[in-house]
Design a binder for this molecule. Structure first.
Ligand SMILES: Cc1cc2nc3c(=O)[nH]c(=O)nc-3n(C[C@H](O)[C@H](O)[C@H](O)COP(=O)(O)OP(=O)(O)OC[C@H]3O[C@@H](n4cnc5c(N)ncnc54)[C@H](O)[C@@H]3O)c2cc1C
Length: 153
């Protein structure tokens, strides 16, 4: 389903995110329609918590394109980091939640920079990447003892 008009934007947000729909102005709805759709979403936040009761982790906090294959890893790492912080502060959320931002933001921003500088930003290298993968898969099917299914670049 595509969203092609201001009305459809409104309907989409009213159905899925009613709180956001209430705040959305006409010009924001129009800007949303004009915004080009992109397959890869990157999210960069300047903090991952709100007060001492809200915390975001994983893609909500730092989504990166799947091409670098680190989104799930970093989401799981978030959990480990937060678990350690909770231990450190004896499960005191008022201290642990803001600490998560302090400890995690540098790595999460680095991950985003890494993703943006990954080779797939270049069209030529992207084509090369696809062809290499196709080649690797075909060769793996023909001669699995010599070729791995993925071609590391
Ligand atoms: C094609 C592809 C390949 C990938 N390959 C890799 C890889 O090789 N290695 C790697 O580390 N990562 C990879 N990733 C990234 C990885 O999938 C994500 O980073 C990871 O799933 C993020 O986990 P998450 O729990 O933060 O978010 P999600 O997995 O997106 O989980 C969010 C959940 O919240 C639910 N949800 C959404 N809105 C609401 C709502 N309003 N109410 C209730 N629930 C809601 C969703 O249905 C979903 O179940 C890949 C991603 C893609 C798309």
């Amino acid at each position: 389903m595509g969203i092609y008009s201001k009305l459809e934007v409104r309907e989409f947000f009213e159905h899925n995110f009613p709180e956001v729909a209430k705040l959305m102005s006409e010009s924001e709805a129009e800007a949303f329609v004009k915004r080009p759709a992109w397959n890869f979403v990157t999210i960069r936040c300047n903090r991952y918590h709100q007060g001492d009761s809200v915390l975001i982790v994983g893609d909500a906090a730092h989504a990166v394109p799947p091409t670098i294959a680190q989104g799930c890893n970093s989401a799981l790492e978030d959990v480990i980091v937060f678990d350690r912080i909770l231990d450190e502060y004896d499960d005191d959320y008022t201290k642990a939640i803001p600490q998560f931002t302090a400890r995690r933001i540098r790595d999460a921003h680095t991950l985003k920079n890494l993703a943006e500088n990954s080779i797939l930003i270049s069209k030529t290298l992207f084509v090369q990447f696809v062809l290499r993968r196709k080649f690797a898969r075909t060769m793996n099917q023909l001669l699995p003892q010599f070729f791995a299914p993925f071609f590391l670049i």
